[in-house]
Design a protein around this ligand. Structure first.
Ligand code: AMP
Length: 225
């Protein structure tokens, strides 16, 4: 099963992605996580991408597109993938569509998680990342996934690991920029969403990201099954 998942930063896209990955055994390919791994590993790619990410800008297409297309060619993607964070603009959408057609790879689902911009912003500021696993959701304002306290420190509710914030999550200007890009229907991510909603083949699933995590995932699963 090959799935594209869209949603503004803060919509719960990563959390729902982790649930889908677990249930269907697909490989979760997350563009932002690949960049962050490269930044913490001090790679050349990470060095090139960091300044854009810190500002909330998109990393240029000539870096991002080959990185993702190469990733989809790796062995673990043969069992199916969930692509998260890509495509984020019209050019990326068209390039991905062409590459999938050329490789005769079927796209099964296009998932869109909708969320109001202000709610999305509040959610971003409260999220925390587990240093052990990117798929351990933690959020200081959401009871269901609140981190736990251990020896006076808040730690991951799943594994007790150390929690970090993303630099671009605490910067309101960067959040604003990321949302400007997402909600832009002309050249931004909404253009990519609309592009893939209209290509022949995949089933389109649109869910409201406002309800609690369990409710959103139930709705999603009902459509994916
Ligand atoms: P995310 O974790 O999806 O919020 O991504 C974090 C940051 O990585 C974004 O704000 C961008 O700077 C960069 N990024 C992730 N995916 C893409 C993409 N498809 N194209 C360009 N930049 C990206």
């Amino acid at each position: 099963m090959n799935i594209l998942i869209f949603g503004p930063n803060g919509s719960g896209k990563g959390t729902q992605g982790a649930i889908i990955q677990k249930k269907y055994g697909v490989t979760h390919v997350e563009s932002g996580a690949i960049f962050r791994k490269n930044i913490s590993g001090g790679t050349e790619l990470g060095k090139r991408a960091k300044e854009y990410i810190d500002r909330g800008d998109l990393v240029p297409d000539d870096i991002t597109i080959p990185m993702i297309l190469d990733r989809l060619k790796e062995d673990d993607c043969k069992k199916g993938w969930l692509l998260d964070g890509f495509p984020r603009n019209q050019v990326q959408a068209e390039t991905l569509h062409k590459a999938l057609n050329e490789a005769s790879i079927k796209l099964d689902y296009v998932v869109e998680i909708g969320l109001d911009r202000q709610i999305a912003k509040d959610r971003i500021m409260g999220r925390r990342l587990c240093v052990n696993d990117n798929n351990h959701p933690n959020h200081v304002f959401i009871d269901a996934i609140k981190p736990v306290e251990k020896e006076g420190k808040i730690v991951c509710r799943v594994c007790g690991g150390e929690l970090k914030t993303r630099a671009d999550d605490q910067d309101e200007a960067a959040i604003g920029k990321r949302h400007d890009i997402y909600y832009d229907t002309k050249t931004g991510t909404m253009a990519a969403v609309n592009y893939f909603k209209n290509v022949p083949g995949p089933k389109v699933i649109t869910v409201d990201g406002a309800p609690p995590i369990g409710e959103v995932s139930e709705k999603l699963m009902a459509h994916l099954a």
